[in-house]
Design a protein. Sequence first.
Length: 254
Amino acid sequence: MIVGYPVPGVVTGKPLSIGGSEGRGEATARGCLFVTEEACKARHIPLRGATVAIQGFGNAGAIAARLFAAKKAKIIAISDSRGGVFSSRGIDPAKALRYKERANTVVGMPGTSRISNEDLLGLKCDILIPAALENVITLNNADLIRARIVAEAANGPTTPHADQVLARKGITVLPDILANAGGVTVSYFEWVQNMQSYSWPESEVNQKLEIVMRRAFNDVYETSKKYHVPMRTAAYILAIGRVAEATLVRGLFP
């Protein structure tokens, strides 16, 4: 309306028929997978056979379960707003999704035992993925967390005080601005494609996303080691440093 011609890139996450990007629906979960894979390498945790608990079985959580399972990780627990389920033998994400479509919850899925969302957070596992609400890991339950890696697929699932507890326990927290940045990254890709009036195939989108996410992890990880700080603090140091450098290089302008 302002410029007098279509500018589809001003809105992202669009349907494919009006300029959306292939791969956008899976981007948040896929980006979380790439970052977590890099964290597993740094912690010397083989992803194949690693135990994974996922709080939240909506778009990000359900897709993350499928992608991690495809890498031969073992999904031992999943949950939604009505509760969770656990199986030490592993949960098939496809079967869980089909069950949820029928029952509107994962609770009661055959071959699993019922647990609460709070119980899920305290499970002993290699990877915990909070993929639902904010402020679910707090000072009240941070001491109960037994995961080796917490990958924040949700926005703000860990409170600042809980962050400090997890750091003292030696748990690697992959902060939301890194772990769930796959979605906004592919939104940027969508804008680029709209600017070019050209669409990339999904394989190209995923390949570009993988490059960005793995590089982002390693940049944050190196900053974390350099300053001896947790990953969240390192992400802020890196981000603010880049803005500051750009401001100095560019200088003041009208």
